[in-house]
Ligand binder design. Structure first.
Ligand code: AKB
Length: 325
């Protein structure tokens, strides 16, 4: 049986870029998503199906010796609020199915299967924290935050069980802040206003922001998002009981994002029309994250510089991206 990597939700914002990075490795990749892919890589087998389809998940693990899993399939915070039943199924039941199937595979083959799970700042709440630490109060106010926390805990528990058995899963999880990508305009999330503003500014469009101008949140650019995923999965072991780590690169409010964008696009105009569905969630998420655990346990480099991220990464990359089209 050939070794292979499984990636779920590969058509999503982070999934697309992770698949691009993984495709450069000389190993077969099984890519699962409910939507068809437009991009084809030679070493990738595409499967158009749902992570809720138990037969498909089991057959993937029967047909391949899966050694790593990148599990991105999920509903984001706003989508989850609009469809809580589906959120519970996809975000929780689907994730448990992946973890349990990987666990059984590890037991059968007496090996450890590395699982990457993207968690979120949505696990925090109800009060807005500054410099939130991993073990700070976690009473998530959204269904999405509760789903993420439940899987962090489930995965961590299965990881501990695996250590006792000597095989099973090796669970690694990052609590992502808002992601800013120069390649895609996201939807369905609460932090989407930041990347949406970047794309609107480049395309000479005005933007209406649904979150108050002074609401501060943590962010990470797409380049470093992929870097941290690849980095955390590259270690043979991560010697830590804590399995879910904070990562951030910037802490910004909408006013500061607009200022960064207006340096390059001086005509960019933003109006504010606060939407309580967005504001009430943003008010319970931390304004910044403490990343000391990630630095200590797996060498995360926490260099915060808003100017550099906009000037040297986001602006040049978005120009290159649209230049191609
Ligand atoms: C969302 O806004 O739902 C996500 C997240 C921070 O988890 N971007």
């Amino acid at each position: 049986m050939n070794d292979a990597i499984l990636i779920t939700g590969f058509n999503g914002e982070i999934g697309t870029q992770t698949l691009l990075s993984l495709s450069q490795r000389q190993i077969p990749i099984i890519a699962l998503d409910i939507n068809k892919s437009d991009i084809k890589y030679d070493n990738v087998t595409y499967i158009k199906d749902s992570i809720l389809n138990e037969n498909i998940i089991k057959s993937i693990f029967n047909d391949y010796n899966i050694i790593e899993v990148y599990h991105f399939a999920a509903l984001l915070s706003q989508s989850a609020n609009n469809n809580p039943e589906l959120a519970n199924q996809v975000n929780e039941e689907g994730s448990k199915l992946i973890i349990n199937t990987a666990m059984n595979h590890g037991k059968k083959h007496e090996s450890f299967i590395k699982i990457f799970f993207p968690s979120s700042i949505a696990v925090y709440g109800p009060r807005k924290l500054k410099n939130a630490q991993e073990l700070d109060i976690m009473k998530p106010q959204t269904i999405y935050g509760r789903n993420k926390l439940a899987i962090e805990q489930f995965g961590t528990h299965k990881h501990e069980e695996s250590l006792e058995l000597g095989f099973g899963i090796d669970f690694r999880c990052l609590r992502f802040p808002g992601i800013i990508s120069p390649f895609t305009v996201p939807s369905g999330g609460t932090t989407d206003f930041a990347p949406q503003m970047l794309h609107a500014a480049f395309n000479n469009e005005n933007y209406i922001c649904k979150v108050d101008s002074l609401t501060r949140l943590p962010f990470l650019g797409m380049k470093n998002t992929i870097k941290v995923i690849i980095d955390i999965m590259s270690f043979k072991i991560i010697n830590s009981k804590l399995r879910a780590f904070n990562v951030q690169e910037m802490s910004l409010n909408p006013t500061e994002i607009i200022e960064q964008l207006q340096k390059e696009f001086p005509k960019f105009i933003v109006d504010f029309d606060i939407d309580s569905k967005f504001q009430s969630i943003a008010d319970t998420w931390p304004e910044s994250l403490n990343c000391d655990e990630a630095s200590e346990k797996w060498n995360f480099i926490n260099k915060q510089n808003n100017d550099v991220t906009f000037k040297e990464y986001l602006i040049p990359e978005i120009k290159k991206h649209y230049g191609k089209h």
